[in-house]
Design a protein around this ligand. Structure first.
Ligand code: CU
Length: 331
């Protein structure tokens, strides 16, 4: 008999690299929980509502996404007095009609502040907040205060889920169900994969049979998914995409066609990239794209018509003559 000498598995290095990659990925996905200071500049020329202003935006950046308790400072780098007032300013259409008043909603108001001065506000609630300048109401901007998304999953009560998979037992303790979901922190619009396995707790062995079960998802008290299935080997998996944020429950019920069930819970968060998509585009101070579009709409058709007339005058005339000549020949 041949004796196989022990060799250190070569996989060690690969596993090491994988662990490092996973670590980098997981820390990269984390969001800082500390309050930040952010600055918005009111650029030179912002008070000019016309396209030829040197300012690219009235408030720069025009849409700023922050977290709750972040401090935003507006710095007046223009040569005129401005305000930062929450509410709705006016758009170019209203400006053209001579409307010169925005509508403040009372959440925040800097009052007038001079060139070189700044004004700060701490955002203590989540949501999207529009603002404008009461002196120049076409100056508009928006602050998006996104939810602080933890870098760990919690149950619906907000307790951190420390161990994966989450282990639950049926009421009669006859079946152990291990469930995990990936990603652990669930965001709206992102696919979640649920993986689960059934075990016999007394023997710690898998239930290697085709066990019937029903997988149910309940969100905000409403059943949003239900599927009857049978385990393959000892478990199964399901994919799901949540459209709404809020607490959710996952139930594995009717296990083995009995009343046995287990339930798990967590919280779904609003996807920051989806929130951003909902914000209407804040018009830039200088809108070259718009003026180019205007060129195409208003200047394009007359040029096309003129070109047609020229072509017709040149070729149409020749065609006409040719036709006449042919007619003459026939005569
Ligand atoms: Cu202003």
């Amino acid at each position: 008999m041949e004796i196989i000498p022990y060799r250190k598995p070569k996989n060690d290095k690969i596993i090491g690299v994988l662990v490092i990659i996973l670590f980098v990925l997981s820390t990269g996905a984390c969001q800082t929980a500390f309050a930040e200071n952010r600055t918005i500049t009111i650029p030179s020329g912002a008070s000019n509502p016309h396209f030829e202003t040197e300012a690219k935006f009235w408030y720069s950046p025009p849409v700023l996404t922050i977290h709750k308790d972040d401090v935003v400072k507006w710095l007046n780098s223009d040569t005129e007095i401005h305000t930062v007032t929450s509410g709705k300013g006016i758009d170019r259409g209203q400006l053209a009609q001579g409307k010169m008043n925005g509508t403040s909603d009372g959440y925040f108001d800097s009052g007038p502040f001079k060139p070189g001065q700044s004004w700060s506000f701490t955002f203590d609630k989540e949501g999207t907040f529009y603002y404008f300048c009461t002196i120049h109401p076409w100056m508009v901007g928006a602050i998006v205060v996104s939810q602080t998304i933890p870098d760990y999953a919690t149950d619906a009560q907000g307790n951190k889920i420390e161990k994966w998979p989450v282990v639950k037992y049926t009421q009669d303790k006859q079946i152990e169900a291990d469930l995990s979901w990936e990603p652990h922190v669930i965001l709206t619009g992102e696919q979640v994969t649920f993986v689960f396995n059934f075990y016999n707790p007394s023997t710690s062995s898998s239930l290697m049979t085709s066990t019937p079960y029903r997988f149910v998802i309940i969100q905000n008290g409403t059943e949003i998914f239900s599927a009857d299935d049978v385990t393959q080997y000892s478990g199964g998996y399901k994919y799901f995409v949540f459209n709404k944020s809020g607490p959710v429950e996952f139930k594995l019920e009717n296990i083995d066609n009995t009343v046995r069930s287990v339930y798990f819970s967590t919280t779904v968060f609003d996807n920051p990239s989806e929130i951003k998509k909902e914000i209407p585009i804040i018009q830039p101070a200088r809108n070259l794209e718009l003026s180019q579009a205007t060129m195409i709409i208003f200047v394009g058709p007359p040029i096309a018509a003129l070109a047609f007339v020229i072509v017709w005058a040149k070729w149409g005339d020749k065609l006409w003559k040719k036709k006449n000549q042919q007619a003459e020949k026939r005569e």
